[in-house]
Each structure stands twice: as C-alpha cells, then as structure tokens.
Design a protein around this ligand. Sequence first.
Ligand SMILES: Cc1cc2nc3c(=O)[nH]c(=O)nc-3n(C[C@H](O)[C@H](O)[C@H](O)COP(=O)(O)OP(=O)(O)OC[C@H]3O[C@@H](n4cnc5c(N)ncnc54)[C@H](O)[C@@H]3O)c2cc1C
Length: 322
Amino acid sequence: MSVLVYLEAWEGKFKKNTWESAFYASKTAEMLGTEAIGVCIGNLEDDPSLAGQYGISKVLTLSAEAYANFDANSYGKAIADIAAAQNADTLIISSTFNGKALAPALSIHLDAALLSNVIALPESSSPFSVKRGVYSGKGFNVLHSDAAKRVVAFVPNSIAPEASEGSASVESTNADASGIKVVQVLEVDRVKGKIPLPEAERVVSAGRGLKGPENWGMVEELAEVLDAGTACSKPVSDMDWRPHSEHVGQTGIAIKPNLYIAIGISGAIQHLAGVSASKTIVVINKDPEAPFFKAADYGIVGDAFDIVPKLTEEIQKFKAAN
Ligand SMILES: Cc1cc2nc3c(=O)[nH]c(=O)nc-3n(C[C@H](O)[C@H](O)[C@H](O)COP(=O)(O)OP(=O)(O)OC[C@H]3O[C@@H](n4cnc5c(N)ncnc54)[C@H](O)[C@@H]3O)c2cc1C
C-alpha cells in the first residue's frame, strides 16, 4: 500500500502549499512504512521532480485536455483511478479552495473515509489517528479511523515543510476521460497585486473601528512594510469598504498566518473562527474590554489612528537599521 498526494499547481506553478502537501505525504508514508507518490494534473510550467526534496519518490503527471481546468468530480475520478493503480490506501489533500471540493469527491469515488479539517501530521498508524480542528477552531479532537482507505484533508499552513536533497522520478499517466464534461472557464476575475490571504505568512486586518474605506491607507502601508496580506471583518466587506475576497471568519476565508494584526475589530466569535489558529495575534483596539484581547498574544489599547502610523514608522526604522 502507498500514500498518494495531490500536488496542486496554480497556472502550472507550484506554491509553498504544494510542498507542504508533499512533506505531509512523505511523513505519513514514513510512519506507515511505505512510499509517497505525487500526482499533478493539468499543464505544468514548474518541475515536478522538485517534490523529491520533500520526500516524494515518484510524481505522476496527467495533462489531457479534459483536465485543463479544475473540476472536483473529474479530478476526483482521475485521482481515484490512479490511487487504485498505485495501490494507495491513504490520499493526502490540502484543503485549499479546490482541495475542499476535491477531498469529498475523492472519498466517494474511492469509498474511503474522509478525515477533514486535520491540523497536524497523523499521530499513529494503527489505528490511523489524526488531530482535527472542531467548533470553528475553538477546540480539537483526535479521530481514530479503522477504514481500509482514507482521504486526509489537512488545513494549509498546519506544518512547516522541510526540504532536503532529492529528486522525484516523473512519469506521465493517463486516466479514462470518457464521459467527462469538460469545464470551460468563461471569465476570471482576479485579485491583482496582493498576497493571496490563504498563502500570506502575515496578515494585517481591520474592522468597523476604522470608520470608513478612506482610512484603509494606513492599513495598506502597515501591510506593505510587513510584506503582509490585507483582510477585513464581515461588516466591512458587506458595506463594500473592502472587497469580499478580504473577508475572514466563519463565513469568509479561514486563515492561519504566522502573524495576524487585528485593528479596530471587536473579536466576535464568528470572526475568531477564521483567524484564531494564527500563530501570533496582535490586537489594536481602543476598548480594553474588546473580546479580541482574550485571544491576543499582544494587545495595544488605544486609538488605531494614532497607533498604526507609529507602528509602521517604527517597523520602517527597524528595517532600515537591520
Ligand atoms: C452567521 C454569522 C456569520 C458571521 N460571519 C462573520 C465572519 O465570517 N467574519 C466576521 O468578521 N464577522 C462575521 N459575523 C459578524 C460578527 O458577528 C461581528 O458582527 C463582526 O465581526 C464585527 O465586525 P467588527 O469587529 O469590524 O465591528 P464592530 O463589532 O463594530 O467592532 C469595531 C471595533 O473597533 C473598535 N474601535 C472603534 N474605533 C476604534 C479606534 N479608533 N481605534 C481602535 N479601535 C477602535 C471598537 O472598540 C470595536 O471593538 C457573522 C455574524 C453572523 C451572525
């Protein structure tokens, strides 16, 4: 039995998240005493053999026209067929936007248990046990699965991939594309010039405390000096102060950056649901009783309009001096 991992590429390019998946799979394979095989679908610009640096022994590439654009059902069917051919009983999927759709489709095609919202490497092989986030990130449970096959869908940024020497062999493969409804992309509306939130290592976020969209300049300046992405609370995007792509929380994007700076955000439970897994949380709020302070690693009580420009200036000075 082997471990198969979907190595997702975006317009042919791999990202940090791809290598996190590869590393997750190779560590899982190591624990199970088997090999980790990668599968890439679509046309690639980057070199899949690089997955070897993260412990993948072999990468299978599937680039038929029918798979040019992501479709959870057809990708799920293709990966399930490849899993059967490779004798894989453990499938690793990162819960990216596409991965969240792919994992359940794959578990149906494979008749496999779906272990979702996983936040760490597996704890044991017998029974196969994983730690999962529950109650919108407020707690966790450890799930034991004795299913013959499983799909492990892990939350991006859960582990830090470590690269070493190595190169994976690369083979092209086929899948039965008959009966597939080819997905046509009619229009792409892309957020330009920003760090995509799910990938951002640092995020500067602001809420209704900023009073209006005209005050976001200082948020963007702070984000720029920190090389951070920008986010916002739900009311802010509902009022069109900021684009919906920046809305984080229970009904928005769930993120897990190393640093999350929350400015003028009260810290409602629905907001915390999407950000509380951040490694370090800094809260700036003029109300010392704001609930967000309970979730903060560092808190600054004061007016954001005073504090944020000073913080940006100090970081600029620090960067210039170091
Ligand atoms: C089903 C459901 C789903 C939801 N999903 C989400 C979600 O995904 N994400 C989300 O964010 N919300 C969500 N909400 C809304 C959530 O409950 C809160 O209403 C929302 O998060 C509050 O946004 P806010 O903190 O920006 O605004 P407010 O609650 O108005 O808080 C503003 C904060 O700014 C502070 N402040 C004001 N002026 C200043 C200043 N000058 N300097 C510093 N601080 C200042 C205030 O003290 C206050 O704490 C959801 C609600 C429901 C019911």
